[in-house]
Design a protein around this ligand. Structure first.
Ligand code: NAD
Ligand code: ZN
Length: 246
């Protein structure tokens, strides 16, 4: 990590729900991931939306409320500081990329700009007819409609059984393949195809550093495994690499 920072070699961070756990946003596994007794797999699907759009929108309004009330934590801020440090030291905008599976918007609020949200975002809607995307008004409740054509809109997230947005996936693929270091933070790495990015980076020669209090599905790829919370381990890792955190 210190070498990458000194020489300005590309770093990719792949993050999952665990990086936002310290912000109070529940991961899906475990009882706090449930909502009115439903499992996410029962609500985050195209079939659920077809059957019960009001119910699915109600769940997403609830989740949007949770994330807007939450604040980024030191783990999010550390990754943003890393990006800005590389930009200043090496005069290049894309040396540090955050590839997130999260839909909570906390990386952006922490200041990450070179950010790829491969599963979309809770904060936006997308039209089911014309695909127009827009920010959901904060006070919205019930069904959400497209401001361009008036048709029913859906949450701008990737549901179980759907493929990832091709542009985001291509960008994530490219940044993973060229990374000298990949940080894998707070993801159990069982959700494909995102988990495939770790394998891709490793096979292209990246040093993989895992940050997760629990052993995960990707342990075999990691050169280093930091068994600690993201909000503690990431600031420490950057301090050791000589990256100042404001
Ligand atoms: P996941 O599969 O990404 O697993 C969460 C991982 O985080 C686990 O391995 C756990 O050990 C680890 N973890 C827990 N606390 C941590 C901490 N403080 N620091 C570092 N690691 C920590 O998560 P999931 O909940 O099963 O989610 C599956 C899918 O749903 C993913 O796409 C996920 O990103 C998405 N999701 C997103 C959010 C969000 O946007 N915040 C919340 C829930 C789920
Ligand atoms: Zn429309």
């Amino acid at each position: 990590m210190a070498e990458a920072a000194a020489q300005g070699r590309p770093v990719a961070a792949l993050t999952g729900a665990g990086i936002s756990a310290e912000s109070g946003i529940p991961t899906f596994r475990g009882p706090s991931g449930l909502w009115k007794g439903f499992r996410p797999e029962e609500l985050a699907t195209p079939q659920a939306f077809q059957r019960d759009p009001e119910g699915v929108w109600e769940w997403y309004h609830w989740r949007r409320g949770l994330v807007t009330a939450a604040e980024p934590n030191p783990g999010h801020y550390a990754l943003a500081a890393l990006e800005h440090h590389f930009r200043q030291e090496h005069q290049e905008d894309h040396l540090v990329t955050v590839i997130t599976q999260n839909v909570d918007g906390l990386h952006r609020r922490a200041g990450s700009e070179n950010l790829i949200e491969i599963h979309g975002t809770l904060l936006d809607s997308r039209c089911t007819r014309c695909s127009h995307g827009e920010t959901i008004p904060p006070e919205a409740s019930g069904l959400v409609y497209c401001s361009a054509c008036g048709a029913l809109a859906r949450p701008a997230v990737v549901w179980f059984g759907e493929s990832l947005p091709p542009d985001a996936w291509r960008a994530a693929y490219r940044r993973s393949a060229e990374a000298a270091v990949m940080l894998v933070v707070g993801t159990s790495a069982v959700v494909h195809p995102a988990a495939g990015l770790i394998e891709l980076a490793a096979q292209a020669g990246a040093v993989i550093i895992e940050v997760n209090p629990e052993p995960s599905g990707m342990a075999g790829w990691a050169r280093y495994a930091l068994r600690a919370k993201a909000g503690e381990a990431l600031p420490q890792l950057l301090a050791q690499a000589g990256v100042p955190i404001p």
